[in-house]
Write a protein that binds this ligand. Structure first.
Ligand SMILES: *[C@@H]1O[C@H](CO)[C@@H](O)[C@H](O)[C@H]1NC(C)=O
Ligand SMILES: *[C@@H]1O[C@H](CO)[C@@H](O)[C@H](O)[C@H]1NC(C)=O
Ligand SMILES: *[C@@H]1O[C@H](CO)[C@@H](O)[C@H](O)[C@H]1NC(C)=O
Length: 370
């Protein structure tokens, strides 16, 4: 049963939401909201502020009361959040496809598994990319008119010439960042190193989305003379965001909690509370990823650590890199097998308009880690 209840009236909804939450023992909220990605269809989740109808899906119990309120207040936004998470998971898998840790995910509510309760580089990447995913998807959905509470950003001004007319429909990255900070960061509790680290990486993800915005313009005027142009700011592709965050993963800073004798800890992440473990390193910037513990080696299955190991992974026997059989298989060796693959080939274009192809079968040699 996906749909738990259809309720009329916000008060009744709140009572039910609270009681369903108390049953789940919400101790670690870190990244719990990721579980909503397993929602079968966001049609189950649509809320309508005007009729105050709320269709509940069990996965919404993974959200905090504050997160559910934000969803109610911004009709249409849940769809964007789920889409952003899907994009983040896909990008994470792509960026790490050749590495021992290849961003495994599950259909359970924990999604990324036990790695999120650690504090290693991989944890940092997961927090940053999911946070970036939400900001990116929300900013785009605003400009597409899919969220009732936001629109295009028409105030955006970039550099330009005398006849440039700003005021085109910019992706609303400001709304995406503010919403992301409210929604994503509210999963994190505490004042400790883990809390500050997670918040830092969440913000690094959002910042990467907004600093990679690019200007686009369209020409107007007599026969394309471009005497006037309308310009707007467009989000980077999510691949660009993933590439940047992957670079930051490679250059991540190991940090420690800096207790400067202040016991007035702010509830927001403040850079002065994290400092590099090695005092000779420069402090991490807001866009750097930070971590506080060494990564496990990800070579073998370890239930306690939640690592799957690399046994069975496909490796490249001629690559000296991380995807090469030597490194990927952690020196255990590999087995080789032949596999038939069928591809479309000898395609011809027929006027007009279709393409017909033959099927060509070839054998490929596959290497798999022992
Ligand atoms: C909460 O997270 C900590 C790591 O911070 C982990 O050791 C513990 O098992 C988690 N507890 C639950 C209930 O998931
Ligand atoms: C395997 O690695 C070699 C050397 O790095 C590379 O040229 C080749 O494209 C790789 N093959 C695959 C299937 O990725
Ligand atoms: C190629 O294979 C596909 C599916 O495997 C099949 O539907 C198609 O008819 C085949 N085409 C030819 C030309 O044999």
């Amino acid at each position: 049963m996906r749909i738990l209840a259809l309720l009329l009236g916000v008060k009744a909804a709140c009572i039910l939401l609270v009681s369903s939450l108390s049953g789940t023992g919400a101790v670690n909220n870190s990244g719990r909201w990721w579980g909503i990605v397993n929602v079968a269809s966001s049609a189950n989740l649509l809320t309508n502020s005007k009729n105050v109808q709320l269709v509940l899906d069990p996965s919404l119990a993974l959200l905090s009361r504050r997160q559910r309120r934000l969803i109610r207040q911004n009709p249409g936004i849940l769809h964007a959040i789920v889409a952003g998470l899907h994009a983040a998971m896909k990008e994470c898998k792509w960026q790490f496809r050749n590495r021992r840790w290849n961003c495994p995910t599950t259909h359970s509510p924990t999604v990324f598994g036990k790695i999120v309760n650690r504090g290693c580089r991989e944890t940092a990447f997961v927090f940053a990319i999911t946070s970036a995913g939400v900001t990116h998807a929300v900013a785009r959905s605003c400009s597409e008119g899919a969220i009732e509470s936001c629109t295009c950003d028409y105030r955006r001004r970039g550099p330009g010439g005398p006849d440039w007319h700003w005021g085109g429909c910019s992706d609303n990255v400001d709304f995406g960042r503010v919403f992301g900070r409210e929604f994503v960061d509210s999963s994190e509790r505490g004042r400790d190193l883990r809390y500050l680290t997670n918040l830092h990486n969440n913000e690094a993800g959002r910042l990467t989305v907004s600093t990679e915005m690019r200007q686009e313009c369209k020409c107007h005027g007599m026969s394309g003379s471009c005497t006037i142009r309308t310009c707007w700011m467009r989000l980077p592709s999510f691949r660009t965001v993933g590439d940047f965050l992957k670079d930051r993963f490679d250059g991540a800073s190991r940090v420690v909690y800096a207790n400067k004798g202040s016991n007035r800890a702010s509830h927001r992440a403040e850079p002065r509370h994290l400092e590099p473990e090695n005092p000779t390193h420069k402090p991490p910037s807001a866009r750097d990823l930070v971590y506080f513990e060494k990564s496990p080696n990800f070579c073998s299955h370890n239930g306690k650590m939640g690592t799957h190991g690399t046994s069975g992974r496909t490796c490249n026997s001629s690559s000296p890199g991380l995807d090469g059989c030597e490194l990927l298989c952690c020196g255990r060796g590999y087995k080789t097998r032949m596999e038939k693959v069928t591809e479309r080939c000898h395609c011809t274009f027929h006027w007009c308009c279709h393409v017909s192809c033959l099927n060509c079968t070839s054998t490929q040699t596959l290497h798999q880690c022992l």
